[in-house]
Design a protein around this ligand. Structure first.
Ligand code: PBG
Length: 346
């Protein structure tokens, strides 16, 4: 019952029925079968990219304390996990190395070593599970003594010199069997340069997944624990990663990356930047990925461990949100947990 004033100035009531004119949206939500029928967005195992941290040694699993449930693993275990990905139907794995601090230098020269961790892991994983795509990150930060993604002179990150080095690193990764080169460095012109380098060496089939809109974010903290760059990083990455206040700039980045030959683009972090995913998807209609980064994972896990939220439901809801925003797939540390649940639920 509601109240309104009639034409004669008198107070009248009308029923909710009269107000709605028969249109009740709760009708569709009443039952589970109906909710399932009208659901606009679904999460599938085909949406998942599983990020893994590799470390030297054999049969090694080291917990990453700021990422409960995530470990640094040695290559033999990574190969087993690649087999698990295949069994679960997870399409692809993204690899990140924890490089021995002794191997880190000013220019990240270990990135060019064909026997570095990522290259050896790629070979082992492709041998174990050839049907699973391997995505390798191209940025110098796991290899530099200063923790930056490029060459550092004084306070400046040198763009063009870095791009040269990234091209060489991409070729080394492609030669070890990487299926997708994912430049996460945010240097200008790197996508085009890497495309040329790959094609010049006969790697026409190797994809480029560009970290297109990568923001200078506080949410990368736990990742930097995992790859061991938190302690070494001098200063911040604001001269190359994007300003969190910007949205139009993401379109400019995407325009360049696509023109330079990116096969797919990415927005990172994920949940705080759903608006950017939607804008890029609407504007360019190319495969668009979200990276649900380490800090997002850590927040959900920490709140769940405290009993403050239902961790499982939050995990599913977060994945749904990426899909609803327009993402074609998500890099997420939840990938194996989601996929295992899907498998047992059938
Ligand atoms: C390296 C890189 C970072 C992440 C992916 N690749 C960290 C950074 O740029 O400092 C972050 C991923 C995460 O937080 O989960 N360039």
């Amino acid at each position: 019952m509601t109240f309104h004033r009639g034409d004669d100035g008198k107070l009248r009531t009308s029923s909710v029925d009269e107000i709605l004119n028969g249109r009740r949206l709760r009708r569709l939500r009443r039952t589970d079968w109906s909710r399932r029928l009208v659901r606009e967005t679904t999460v599938s195992v085909d949406d998942l990219i599983w990020p893994m941290f590799v470390v030297e040694g054999e049969n090694v699993r080291v917990d990453v304390p700021s990422m409960p449930g995530v470990q640094r693993i040695s290559i033999d275990i990574a190969a087993r996990q690649a087999e698990e990905a295949a069994e679960l139907g997870i399409p692809a794995i993204a690899l990140f190395p924890y490089t021995d601090p002794d191997l880190r230098d000013e220019t990240g020269s270990e990135a060019l070593n064909e026997q570095n961790l990522v290259c050896r892991a790629t070979r082992a994983m492709k041998a174990a599970a050839p049907e699973v795509g391997i995505v390798t990150d191209v940025a110098l930060d796991p290899f530099t003594s200063h923790g930056h993604d490029g060459f550092l002179r004084g306070d400046e990150i040198l763009n063009d010199e870095t791009v040269d080095q990234l091209c060489r690193a991409a070729l080394v990764q492609a030669a070890s069997g990487s299926d997708v080169i994912a430049p996460s460095d945010m240097m200008d012109g790197r996508v085009g340069a890497i495309r040329q380098a790959l094609d010049g060496a006969g790697f026409h089939h190797v994809q480029i997944m560009a970290y297109t809109a990568k923001y200078a974010s506080a949410f990368y903290g736990p990742f930097r624990d995992a790859v061991g760059t938190n302690k070494t990083l001098r200063g911040d990455k604001r001269t190359y990663q994007m300003d969190p206040g910007n949205s139009d700039e993401a379109l400019h980045e995407a325009e360049l990356d696509i023109a330079e030959g990116a096969d797919s683009i990415m927005v990172k972090p994920g949940m705080p930047y759903l608006d950017i995913i939607r804008r890029l998807k609407d504007a360019f209609s190319v495969p668009t990925f979200a990276y649900q980064v380490s800090g997002e994972y850590a927040m959900i896990k920490a709140a769940a461990q405290n009993g403050w939220i239902d961790g499982d439901r939050a995990m599913w809801e977060s994945l749904m949100a990426f899909k609803r925003a327009g993402a074609d797939g998500v890099l997420t540390y939840f990938a194996p947990f989601i996929a295992r649940q899907m498998k047992t639920r059938g």
